[in-house]
Design a protein around this ligand. Structure first.
Ligand SMILES: C=C1C[C@]23C[C@@]1(O)CC[C@H]2[C@@]12CC[C@H](O)[C@@](C)(C(=O)O1)[C@H]2[C@@H]3C(=O)O
Ligand SMILES: O=C(O)CCC(=O)C(=O)O
Ligand SMILES: [Fe+2]
Length: 343
């Protein structure tokens, strides 16, 4: 059971907007499809995909394993923790004091790593790691397909210029299973005041792309370009795609990583699974050659994924980490710069 969080972790829920999330049918004709994917990445940095061809059985097997784990006793679950960052975590998110009303499992997608972690998680570690492995393979394939469509839609000469970042055997992708216990409305005075508990505070994902799926319980919200929070209706049969910070850089700011959060205002438990697609630690991230030109110079200083991760892990969840890597623009010149200019 997850104890309720302090009052500072609650947010008003009224300022939301009822517009549609882009839904993209992956079975449609390829050139129209790649255009739609690019448009959704530009407009929201977020979309839903249907006709994705991920076998239902692969998803339900991991969901089963997640349910099995989270229904264990606290003392059993804590044997798989604390999450530093991998393993079982409860309420603590990251290492800098962020908290949420959730518990989770965080796994590296390297088979040696998740096979080892599985030993502390499951009674049958082989079955657990097999479910994890099959899910990772499908999520990775879906992420590659989307990145190849993005490259085509952007008219980048090499169709694989983005997907190659997440295909390498040494890639640093991670898998997360979040579990948000239900809130008893009658006992929660804040619910009646039109406020909700924050399950997972607002942030953008640092990686290239996130492939997300949840059970039929809502809670996820995305921030629209005009700054409103848009609730996302859950759809257990489909996947949601989020642009991460690294893809914002690779497209030189043409795509913007989507800020999102999860609220626990439901009567039922929400369980979500996220595959965060990332490159190997020593790979450099900077705009694709086509995205940065003399007329449209790079907005970001080049960095390795390891450098970006280090920055992310040294900051709070809601911080805009990309600011640290922005190239100073002329109009950004501070008053200090002006005063110290030689005459
Ligand atoms: C507070 C933090 C948790 C996080 C690492 C960080 O310092 C900032 C980024 C957070 C985030 C958000 C997306 C993913 O859930 C995550 C695994 C990631 O890569 O970056 C988490 C990190 C985490 O929970 O360890
Ligand atoms: O659980 C969710 O719905 C969202 C969680 C999330 O954004 C994350 O784990 O990065
Ligand atoms: Fe996220």
């Amino acid at each position: 059971m997850v104890a309720p969080s302090p009052t500072s972790m609650r947010v008003r829920t009224r300022k939301t907007k009822a517009v549609g999330i882009p839904t993209i049918d992956l079975s449609m004709e390829r050139s129209e499809l790649s255009e739609q994917v690019v448009r959704a990445c530009e407009e929201y940095g977020f979309f839903k995909v249907v006709n994705h061809n991920v076998p239902r059985e692969v998803v339900s097997r991991l969901e089963e394993k997640g349910t099995e784990f989270f229904s264990k006793s606290t003392s059993e679950k804590t044997q798989a923790g604390p999450a530093t960052p991998f393993g079982y975590g409860c309420r603590n998110i990251g290492l800098n004091g962020d908290m949420g009303d959730l518990e989770y499992l965080l796994l590296h997608t390297n088979p040696l790593s998740f096979t080892e972690t599985s030993k502390t998680i499951a009674n049958d570690p082989t079955k657990f790691s097999c479910a994890v492995s099959d899910y990772i393979e499908e999520a990775k394939e879906l992420a590659c397909k989307i990145l190849e469509l993005v490259a085509e839609g952007l008219w980048v000469p090499d169709k694989f210029s983005l997907s190659k970042f997440i295909k390498d055997v040494d890639c640093d992708s991670v898998l997360r299973i979040n579990h948000y216990p239900p809130v008893n409305k009658n006992q929660d005075q804040y619910e009646q005041l039109d406020q909700a508990r924050v399950g997972f505070g607002e942030h953008s994902d640092p990686q290239i792309l996130t492939i997300m799926r949840s059970n039929n319980v809502g809670g996820l919200q995305i921030e629209t370009p005009d700054g409103l929070w848009l609730p996302v209706s859950p759809d257990p049969n489909e996947f949601f795609v989020m642009v991460g910070d690294a893809l914002q850089v690779l497209t030189n700011g043409r795509f913007v990583s989507v800020r999102h959060r999860a609220l626990t205002n439901a009567a039922e438990a929400r369980m979500s699974m996220m595959y965060f697609a990332a490159p190997p630690l020593n790979w450099w991230i900077s705009p694709l050659p086509k995205m940065a030109t003399p007329h449209n110079p790079s907005l970001y200083k080049p960095f390795t994924w390891a450098q970006y991760k280090q920055a992310a892990y040294s900051l709070r969840l809601g911080d805009t980490r990309l600011d640290l890597f922005k190239v100073q623009q002329k109009e950004d010149t501070s008053i200090v710069d002006i005063l110290v200019q030689p005459k």
